[in-house]
Write a protein that binds this ligand. Sequence first.
Ligand code: NDP
Ligand code: F7E
Length: 322
Amino acid sequence: MTADASPQPTSPLLPRAARVFVAGHRGLVGSAVARRLAADGHEVVTRGREQLDLRDAARTEAFLCDVRPDAVVLAAARVGGIMANSTSPVQFLEDNLRIQLGVIAGAYAAGVPRLLFLGSSCIYPKLAEQPIREEALLTGPLEPTNEAYAIAKIAGITQVQSYRRQYGAAYISAMPTNLYGPGDNFDLATSHVLPALIRRFHEARESGAPRVVLWGTGTPRREFLHVDDVAAACALLLERYDGDAPVNIGCGEDLPISELASLVREVTDYRGEIAWDTGKPDGTPRKLLDVSRLTGLGFKPAVPLRDGIAATYAWWRSRPTP
Ligand SMILES: NC(=O)C1=CN([C@@H]2O[C@H](COP(=O)(O)OP(=O)(O)OC[C@H]3O[C@@H](n4cnc5c(N)ncnc54)[C@H](OP(=O)(O)O)[C@@H]3O)[C@@H](O)[C@H]2O)C=CC1
Ligand SMILES: C[C@H]1O[C@H](OP(=O)(O)OP(=O)(O)OC[C@H]2O[C@@H](n3cnc4c(=O)[nH]c(N)nc43)[C@H](O)[C@@H]2O)[C@@H](O)[C@@H](O)C1=O
């Protein structure tokens, strides 16, 4: 098995009306993947965290042996923005290692023939050449604000590759860029930037605040992909990709956080100023993914950033208040 993409099969790798266990089905990505797979005619199997804590490897293996799905999508993880990653590296390392160990090993023990593991674009070196090709993995030092999370995700990629190389399992990995959409986390202490900006501008407009203070310098660049697009990419990979190398998932375009802020300010109709708290971390300066491997399989993102932000804002505003 080489590190390059394998030739693509002509027949689907996922049977029609497959039973797919979506781990993390209540999360941003897992919920979108579950919707997409159900719409494609698959049977989606789920378990809430209160029924099955995926850090418990023995219970996870017993569940998978009992259910015996045709495929597993591993979208359960400890996930968060730059501040949560910086302040809780122990949980980001240990929870993710434990979830991955239990789900991937449990799937193989249960004879599950197909598995998709989701990593993240933060696995690549902080100063990787842009756009970042999959081959950049393990070629340089990582971004310190999310090193623990990145190392857990890199271990997941190696675990998946090891099951392929040693046992011939059709297990694959995908590395999404920064994601957003309905179902995102809007808690300002733990969220990613996009929901944080929506909430900050909305609340400033409602309260009449003259300025909104954002983190860092506004100069870092980020690429944003709507969850419906990432779900479409996951479905495509499950059906068409069976290679050793991880596959980047992105839209191929990025923008500075300062421009993103201007866009969100417009969408939320906030008329005040934007200020920057440069005491807060910037994180990696840029992480634009090279998505040629994915587009070569036929992927094309469908949701323009402005439309996606407007839809996410509408979703958040219409949520039931606790
Ligand atoms: N969001 C992003 O910008 C990006 C995400 N990704 C990757 O996509 C995947 C999904 O992320 P996302 O949807 O954003 O994250 P969310 O935090 O929205 O969802 C994570 C899900 O995992 C579940 N989960 C976490 N821990 C456990 C556990 N111990 N046992 C059972 N379930 C658990 C959560 O359950 P509960 O609902 O009970 O909390 C939740 O449903 C992750 O692998 C992440 O690394 C990659 C790149 C960017
Ligand atoms: C998906 C990805 O997500 C994380 O990496 P990140 O892209 O750096 O994360 P972020 O979305 O939190 O920030 C992006 C940029 O935006 C700036 N920023 C401004 N104002 C706010 C703000 O109010 N909140 C947040 N969170 N960021 C803000 C912030 O300072 C930074 O420059 C990792 O978890 C990593 O592990 C990972 O995989």
